[in-house]
Design a protein around this ligand. Structure first.
Ligand code: NMX
Ligand code: MLT
Length: 489
């Protein structure tokens, strides 16, 4: 029989307890590793210490103990189809969503319509002067399951270029934001604001038949994907170059990534453009369960338009356990570089990793909620770097990333907690941007957000085409979990 005290109104606490634990540890991680500049004035609301908070502080330890005991005693028990561990553990491993473009195998990693990354690299069209698959070709493939011809993709790139300019009100809105506002917050605001021109929202108000939902969803999705490079470049300009016009313009003959690169105006190295093509194609989709994809799908299931849906996805991507890890990794590597001697040995790296873990922080870029082997996206980027001596042999920051990737799995395995001690894609993406002169780490997740649009928006079109219903799983309070487990004991 269960013996932990169960008094108190559990329903509301079960909602609050877990986010509070996570938020405090993530904040500490960011602050300890490399504090971000804070220019905004802090209001007293941020430091509120109400009576309610005091009450909560007293209750939390008891609730944490209860949660631990429930996991220990009932973790493997089933409630309906799923185990208590899955219900309490972020639904890990549970298959409960339709997602057609890609599927993850825990060992071999992501497959796009059954094709590996390497197969996609071989199959999908490239730019005339480029060696990497085009991300808009990946979108085409994700959406249709068909490999586009080169001429189809050239026409599609032109269509994206034609739709790529930001409306004036969005540029003005972005200009009004504090340049110190995190770029991820800026892009999610900008994307949400684009819903002013949503075809889906407009036609829905006019009375759209359910069978036709997919078509304006498609139009909005293409319009949004087309505008993301210009939006990201504008945010970069405002945050890091004191505003004004971006250095480049959109060309009708350029592909999506080349236009993005020109708008950013960071590097004229053709290798940078090819890196961007690969980066944008690789980060586009990672089945449906990751936070950004799932958030887009969830919000979209309420028939919110594609702009609002993807804005929600971007807000999920902005979490340090998800896409923000790309920024955290580079901060981490640079702080390691500062902390170890110039003639460092593997022993110094290992000690730095242990110090990180022992102070209660995670090693960013390592571990995964679903993968159980090194992330093939990480391997694809390492292969890209490996073929370029300027990166692989002569970039000291890249060398440190490489050496860390050889040591961290051993350290995490010895630590014994992480289910997957291997590098994920974020372990290397930022250092390649850094190599090409994109050194503003807070921008890295914005590039991820430009890319991630292609998978979740492709799926959103299918959600509407197939008439998938509003997503509405049931939740349970902890008391009900315990009661269900005790039935029949
Ligand atoms: N460093 C130290 N501890 C870790 C790490 C890590 N890299 N990864 C997992 N753990 C810990 C984790 O915090 C947990 O500890 P506790 O039991 O005290 O709560 C324990 O190991 C078990 O976690 P897992 O079940 O292996 O991982 P989970 O599925 O909960 O989380 C991540 C997956 C990706 C959130 C986690 O591995 C992590 O925090 N990694 C670092 C952040 C990161 O790289 N995120 C990027 C993911 C890829 N992306 O682009 O989104
Ligand atoms: C992603 O690309 O979304 C990440 O690897 C996280 C995930 O799949 O859960």
């Amino acid at each position: 029989m269960f013996s932990v005290c169960r008094s108190g109104p559990s329903g509301s606490l079960s909602v609050f307890a877990q986010p509070l634990i996570r938020a405090s540890s993530c904040t500490a991680t960011a602050a300890l590793l490399c504090p971000l500049p804070r220019h905004a004035s802090r209001t007293s609301a941020r430091h509120s210490s109400t009576e309610l908070k005091r009450v909560l502080r007293e209750i939390i330890p008891e609730k944490r103990n209860l949660l631990r005991s429930v996991k220990k005693e009932y973790g493997d028990k089933h409630i309906g189809e799923i185990t208590v561990n899955s219900l309490l553990g972020g639904m890990r491993g549970q298959k409960s969503m339709l997602w057609d473009g890609s599927q993850l195998d825990p060992i071999s990693g992501i497959r796009f319509h059954g094709k590996t990354i390497v197969e996609c690299q071989a199959l999908l069209p490239k730019a005339d002067k480029g060696g990497e698959m085009l991300p808009e070709a990946m979108f085409w493939f994700l959406l249709s399951g068909k490999v586009p011809t080169t001429s189809e993709i050239r026409a599609f790139s032109t269509e994206l270029a034609d739709k790529g300019t930001l409306p004036e009100y969005v540029s003005t809105l972005l200009d009004c934001l504090p340049p110190t506002l995190h770029p991820m917050t800026q892009i999610s605001i900008g994307v949400a604001a684009l819903n002013h021109e949503s075809e889906f929202a407009y036609r829905y108000q006019q009375g759209l038949a359910k069978a036709d939902y997919w078509e304006p969803t498609f139009d909005d999705a293409i319009n949004l994907i087309a505008k993301l490079p210009a939006m990201a470049a504008k945010i970069y300009q405002n945050a890091y170059r004191r505003g004004g016009r971006v250095p480049g313009s959109i060309s009708r003959t350029a592909d999506w990534a080349l236009n993005f690169s020109n708008l950013l105006g960071i590097s004229s190295d053709p290798d940078f453009v090819d890196f961007l093509r690969l980066y944008l194609a690789l980060h586009g989709d990672h089945e449906g369960g990751n936070v950004s994809a799932h958030a887009t799908h969830l919000v979209g299931s309420a028939l919110s338009d594609p702009y609002l849906s993807y804005s929600a996805g971007l807000q999920g991507l902005a979490g340090p356990l998800h896409g923000l890890a790309a920024q955290e990794v580079l901060r981490f590597i640079l702080s390691m570089k500062d902390a170890i001697p110039p003639d460092y040995t593997p022993h110094h790296i290992e000690r730095f990793l242990w110090d990180t873990i022992n102070s209660g922080r995670v090693i960013p870029g390592y571990g995964h909620a679903a993968l159980r082997q090194p992330d093939p996206r990480f391997e694809a980027l390492m292969t890209y770097a490996g073929g370029r001596p300027a990166i692989a042999q002569h970039d000291p920051v890249f060398r440190l990333v490489l050496e860390t990737s050889e040591i961290a799995p051993r350290v995490l395995t010895a630590h014994g907690k992480t289910r997957s001690p291997f590098p994920n894609v974020d372990a290397v993406s930022g250092v390649l941007m850094h190599h090409f002169g994109l050194t503003q780490t807070m921008f890295y997740t914005v590039a991820f957000g430009v890319s991630r649009s292609i998978g979740p928006l492709a799926q959103l079109i299918w959600d509407r085409a197939l008439g998938l219903p509003i997503e509405r799983p049931r939740s349970m309070c902890l008391q009900s979990v315990i009661a269900s487990c005790e039935v029949g004991q």
